[in-house]
Ligand binder design. Sequence first.
Ligand SMILES: NC(=O)c1ccc[n+]([C@@H]2O[C@H](COP(=O)([O-])OP(=O)(O)OC[C@H]3O[C@@H](n4cnc5c(N)ncnc54)[C@H](OP(=O)(O)O)[C@@H]3O)[C@@H](O)[C@H]2O)c1
Length: 251
Amino acid sequence: MGKKDGLNVLIFGATSLIAVHTARQLATRGYSFYLCARDEEKLSQLASDLQIRGAAKVAAFAGFDAMRPESITQAVNSAFEAFTHYNIVLLAHGYLPIDGEKMTCEQESLTMRINLLSCMEIVCAIRANYLDGIKGGVIAGISSVAGERGRGKNMAYCAAKAGMTAWLSGLRQQLRSAGVHVLTILPGPTDTPMLSHVAAGRLTASPQAVAGDIVKAIDKRRNVIYTPWYWRWIMAAVRHIPEFLFKYLKI
Ligand SMILES: NC(=O)c1ccc[n+]([C@@H]2O[C@H](COP(=O)([O-])OP(=O)(O)OC[C@H]3O[C@@H](n4cnc5c(N)ncnc54)[C@H](OP(=O)(O)O)[C@@H]3O)[C@@H](O)[C@H]2O)c1
C-alpha cells in the first residue's frame, strides 16, 4: 500500500445529492476527496463547497460517464494517480427512468448499465490494479429498497438494484480476506433530483438524513443498512406478499 497521507474518499456520481451531503459531512472531519462525475461545473462548485467545510484536499475527474466503460478506466487510473490509497469508495451514481412503464429495450439496457454494470466495472478496475490502495477501507454502494421486489412501474430499475444488492453481498465475501469492507446502502424514497417527478410523501427522507445514516454505517463497518431505518420493516412486509396477490397491486 502506498504511503498514507490522510483519510481519502473516492466518489463516483459525486454530484448526486445523497453523495453531496455525505461528502459534506465527511469534509468537516478534514478528509480529502477525489470526485468523479460528468458535470464539470457542478463538480467545481462541490469542490469549493467541500474545501470551505474543511476538506484537506479536493481533486476531481469530470469525464466519468457510466455509459462509457473507457471513462471508468480513466477515472479509476486518475483517482489512484491523485491519491495512492482510499479509506472510502462511494458508488453513488444512478439513473431512474421517468416513465418506467413504457421503456424501450434500449432504455432498459441503459438502466442496467448505469445502475449496475458500471459499478461492477469500477470495482473490477480497482481490484485489477489498485487493491492494495483500498486495504483497510470501505466500498459503500448505494443500491435501493426498489431492488427487493420487482415492480411493473420500474422493473428495469428494480432489476438493476436487485443485481447491485446481490453483487455487493458477493463482493463483501470476496474482499473480506483482502481487508476491504463492503457496505450495502438501501435508501427508500429520498428527496433528490432523481425523484423530482414524484410528489414527496410522508415516508420520503431528506438527503441529509440518508447521508447521516451512510456516514454512521461506514464508521461502524455495518454490512447492510436501510435508510431511513423503517424501510427494513416495510420491505420485510412487502417481500412477504405472495406473488399471486402482488401481481394485482399498483405499488
Ligand atoms: N432518491 C431516491 O429516492 C433514491 C432511493 C434509493 C436509491 N437511490 C440511489 O441513490 C443514488 C444517488 O441518487 P440521488 O438520489 O442522490 O439522485 P441524484 O441527485 O439525481 O443523483 C444521480 C446521480 O447520478 C449521476 N448519473 C446519472 N447518469 C449518469 C451517467 N450516465 N454517468 C455518470 N453519472 C450519472 C448524476 O449525474 P449528473 O449530476 O451529471 O446528472 C447524479 O450525480 C443512486 O444510486 C440512486 O439510484 C436514490
